[in-house]
Design a protein around this ligand. Structure first.
Ligand SMILES: CC1=C(CCC(=O)O)c2cc3nc(cc4[nH]c(cc5[nH]c(cc1n2)c(C)c5CCC(=O)O)c(CCC(=O)O)c4C)C(CCC(=O)O)=C3C
Ligand SMILES: [Fe+2]
Length: 350
């Protein structure tokens, strides 16, 4: 199959103080996130002058991928679009259509399955195509890569570096974005029994630990949102640091295996909140780098592209499915990662 372009599809983030609230309104529209939580999160962004690094990091990653494509003689222009902030994916897909793109691959900046990490990107693709109309290009999403050797290798090397900073004795703690328990239960096709997101996160952690020969490690969650009465994946990373301290663990290496770049959930929730708690407890703390900063990340993206353009065989280290490669935003399977019933359907209508 031939493709005319690659669409880099990400979450988006504000790039100035006035953009924080409109961005947060886009993220949380109709999702029942309490105003109190929204105000708190807005404050996290304001600590950084209202600028999330996520767009800059995506632009840097795209530049690295463009270099890698050029080095391989692959002629594939890369476009950048986001779910929640400019450049909005609707505008980007409109530009692709105007440029004459008929068929493109899509790289979503998430390694995992589940509603927030996979299916919501399908919804973004479908929405963007619908807004462009008849001329919209065909869009095929690339697959989940949580167990790809280039991803696992980059994460493992970063964990090794973080351990070296602390000089032994540190517990390895993997963390990923929490999601509502109901969303995790609905992740994957129903016949698989759900929990595709948390299982893949656990599997990525296992693979990284195995590569490093670490046998004691933990998988925890972070950045919980939503109303307090709704159960989400636990334990929280900060509570877990307390628990490790109580057990006498002297230091932690925190690895944000659930994310690909140092965006706000990493630089605030880990480098600030989690690091501060460890410091209060007198524990050593190091946070491992995200794969975006490793040259293997660009190689990974190009290899995922080549699975579609050059018959490159899928490389994966686990037995769990790596789904997500569907056309025009269709789900991976019937009722796969079906979105939660939201409390206010009316508020969700745009
Ligand atoms: C699984 C997952 C990923 C990983 C997969 C992926 O990377 O796509 C992820 C990434 C990210 N989440 C991000 C930011 C936010 N997520 C929020 C809220 C939520 N995230 C959720 C899940 C996830 N989120 C969920 C279930 C909610 C509740 C609301 C809802 O049901 O949708 C909120 C609302 C405020 C709040 O935190 O309450 C914000 C601001 C940013 C950008 C950071 C920056 O700007 O630098 C990134 C990369
Ligand atoms: Fe999030």
């Amino acid at each position: 199959m031939t493709y005319d372009a690659l669409l880099w599809l990400s979450f988006g983030g504000p790039e100035g103080p006035d953009e924080v609230m409109p961005f947060l309104e886009n993220v949380t529209r109709g999702r029942g996130v309490p105003p109190q939580r929204l105000a708190e999160v807005a404050e996290h962004y304001q600590h950084f002058g209202g600028v999330s690094p996520i767009n800059r990091l995506n632009r840097e990653a795209i530049a690295a991928v463009e270099k890698e494509l050029a080095a391989r003689g692959m002629d594939l222009p890369v476009y950048f679009g986001n779910r929640n902030w400019h450049p909005m994916v609707e505008d980007t897909v409109a530009r692709m259509a105007a440029d004459g793109v008929k068929r493109a691959l899509v790289f979503p900046t998430s390694a995992y399955g589940g509603y927030s990490a996979c299916r919501q990107y399908d919804e973004d693709i479908a929405r963007a195509r619908a807004s462009v109309g008849r001329d919209a290009p065909e869009l095929r999403k690339l697959r989940q890569f949580f167990d790809h050797p280039l991803f696992v290798g980059a994460v493992a090397d970063a964990v090794r570096v973080a351990h070296a900073e602390l000089g032994g004795q540190a517990r390895t703690v993997f963390t990923a974005h929490s999601v509502p328990l109901a969303a995790d239960a609905a992740a994957g096709p129903p016949e698989e029994g759900g929990h595709r997101y948390s299982r893949q996160v656990a599997e990525a952690a296992r693979l990284v630990a195995a590569e490093l020969g670490i046998d004691g490690y933990d998988v925890v969650w972070q950045s919980r949102s939503g109303p307090p009465e709704v159960p989400w994946l636990e334990p929280d990373v900060v509570d877990h640091i307390d628990a490790l301290h109580a057990e006498g663990v002297p230091a932690v290496v925190v690895c944000p295996v659930g994310f690909v770049s140092d965006h706000l959930e990493v630089i605030w929730d880990l480098d600030n909140e989690a690091a501060e708690r460890a410091a209060e407890l007198g524990m050593g703390f190091a946070r491992s780098a995200t794969p975006n900063s490793d040259p293997r990340f660009a190689e990974l993206v190009v290899e995922l592209v080549r699975e579609h353009t050059a018959d490159v065989r899928e490389r994966k280290l686990s037995q769990l499915p790596a789904a997500g490669s569907t056309v025009n935003g269709s789900p991976c399977a019937v009722r796969c990662c079906e979105p939660l019933k939201r409390p206010t359907a009316a508020a969700r209508a745009r």
